[in-house]
Write a protein that binds this ligand. Sequence first.
Ligand code: FE2
Length: 192
Amino acid sequence: MPVELPELPYSRTALQPHISAQTLDLHHGRHHRAYVDRVNAGIAGTELAEASLEDIVLGSQGSLFEAAAQAWNHAFYWQCLHPRAGDEPHGPLAERIARHFGDVQKLREEFNRAALAVFGSGWVWLVQHADGSLAIVSTRNANTPLTGTSTPLLACDVWEHAYYTDHQSDRAAYLRAFWRLVNWDFVASQLR
Ligand SMILES: [Fe+2]
């Protein structure tokens, strides 16, 4: 059963003007698709041929791991966004954020610092540790919290392909756009 490229959970123009249709065409239609295609080429005829994407991430190394982790990270990232700009966290998620960061603005500031500090390509995550605490972590290149003990709640792709079309190399401008699009209901749904 090959791994499939998930459909975007919104139309290709839905995130404009913050993330353009051109960026989604490139990022989802070319980069994400290429990772999925590489996974399927890598698992064909192996013991992972019928495995879930999560199990492929956990059971592979090298270039297959990189492609599988990128396929998983991107599928998660698309779900972290939605077109209802200006949303704020509420309910139990807002209470957790207040407890661990003070407020959502402080979370954003810490997240942005981590995002701007990633040298080259990588990801920034809001995660829930096994003890229930929330934290900001960054991962290099394809690496993903999926291989650790923390639960990912929110992901930001800081590979340049995520923002070059819209913002050239201005990662800070991309982060401002990202925060306009965060799907806090999805983030809350990932809490354990
Ligand atoms: Fe990406």
